[in-house]
Design a protein around this ligand. Structure first.
Ligand code: ADP
Ligand code: MN
Ligand code: MN
Ligand code: MN
Length: 333
């Protein structure tokens, strides 16, 4: 029997790309092959030269359709098989190729906010909800909205074989987080984009949208980030490389912030568990620092660091490529 392959790719929208997907019927016994799409409808090509190629890079079981159906994460190529400008996966692949011997690992904390009927899910019509305080890791119908979507999404990620390592309700009303990792620089991007697609797709069935807007509600409400936990083999074995990694990030702080997601200055204000975007700092247990060394890591004098700056809408391929390059080039000295 033929099966359905859902081809998923990242479009060319600026400043923040969107996910796209379409379905292909694949004859029994065949693998999902190269496919083509209309790049002029996705901001990826001019109308008179609109064909773009989809190259499958990761195929997983489709947890929504079941049967033998699959999800196919793709990268976008030109018709001559060179990467399109929008293809940031090649950056992560190049960094991994160069520094793979240091065994870089990433664990991403993807925060996001549910919206229903144009308001954050749980926000009352024509009024204001209780100020934040009880929502984080909350329980009960007066604190929590959207848990059914979160449960379905977590299960779907597991069925698809993604390295989802946890979920929690967040500080702002209707806001949640899931974590992917730890896995390598390319893999973490492939998996996070697939997990984002699953989130949007599953929430659709509940008439809910999930947004990665870094600051979905102005004022005294937490923004949404993509805290990026990072280690190399040396960092997992000792303390000096942990400090060297924090220092290396400090040397290129502004360059990193520029590529950590659109609208980062709206979120990194210095309030709401953030450090101001224009200043760099690191510290043990400090959730007000740019980079945090977890308490346990200090205790054991080895482990990983958490870059708290990337926005929820950051591109994980870009973040992984930059952190690998900046830290591993320093540790190699
Ligand atoms: P927080 O306390 O900041 O909320 P979380 O528990 O949400 O932390 O996320 C921690 C993340 O760090 C997880 O995704 C986990 O997989 C990842 N992680 C754990 N150990 C390492 C490591 N050695 N290198 C990289 N990432 C790691
Ligand atoms: Mn977390
Ligand atoms: Mn969080
Ligand atoms: Mn965190």
């Amino acid at each position: 029997m033929p099966y359905r392959a859902e081809y998923i790719w990242i479009d060319g929208r600026k400043p923040t790309a969107l996910l796209r997907s379409k379905t292909k019927g694949v004859p029994d016994g065949q693998e999902p092959a190269l496919w083509v799409f209309d790049g002029s409808s996705t901001g990826q090509a001019p109308g008179d030269e609109s064909d773009c190629m989809l190259r499958p890079v990761k195929v997983v079981p489709d947890p929504i359709r079941g049967n033998s159906d699959v999800l196919v994460m793709c990268e976008v190529l030109n018709t001559d098989m060179t990467p399109r400008e929008s293809n940031t996966r090649v950056l992560a692949a190049a960094a991994e190729e160069k520094y793979g011997d240091q065994e870089p690992w990433f664990g991403l904390e993807q925060e996001y906010t549910f919206f229903k009927d144009g308001r954050p899910h749980g926000w009352p019509i024509g009024g204001f909800p209780a100020p934040q305080g009880g929502y984080y890791c909350g329980i009960g119908a007066d604190e929590i909205w959207g848990r059914d979507v979160v449960e379905d999404h977590t299960w779907a990620c597991m069925e698809a074989g993604l390295a989802i390592s946890g979920t929690n309700a967040e500080v702002m009303i209707g806001q949640w987080e899931f974590q992917i990792g730890p896995v390598g620089p390319v893999e973490v991007g492939d998996q996070l984009w697939l997990a984002r697609w699953l989130l949007y797709r599953i929430a659709e069935d509940y008439d809910i949208s999930a947004t990665l807007d870094p600051k979905p509600v102005k004022g005294d409400w937490n923004g949404a980030g993509m805290h990026t936990n990072f280690s190399t083999r040396a960092m997992r074995e000792g303390w000096d490389p942990i400090i060297a990694a924090c220092e290396a990030l400090g040397e290129r702080a502004q360059e990193h912030v520029k590529h950590y997601g659109a609208g980062i200055e709206r979120r990194l204000t210095g309030l709401h568990e953030t450090a101001p975007w224009s200043e760099y700092s690191y510290g043990v247990s400090n959730r007000g620092a740019s980079v945090r060394i977890p308490w346990q890591v200090n205790l054991e004098q080895k482990g990983y660091i958490e870059d708290r700056r990337p926005n929820a809408n950051a591109d994980p391929y870009v973040v992984a490529a930059m952190m690998t390059e900046t830290i591993c080039s320093k540790l190699a000295e």
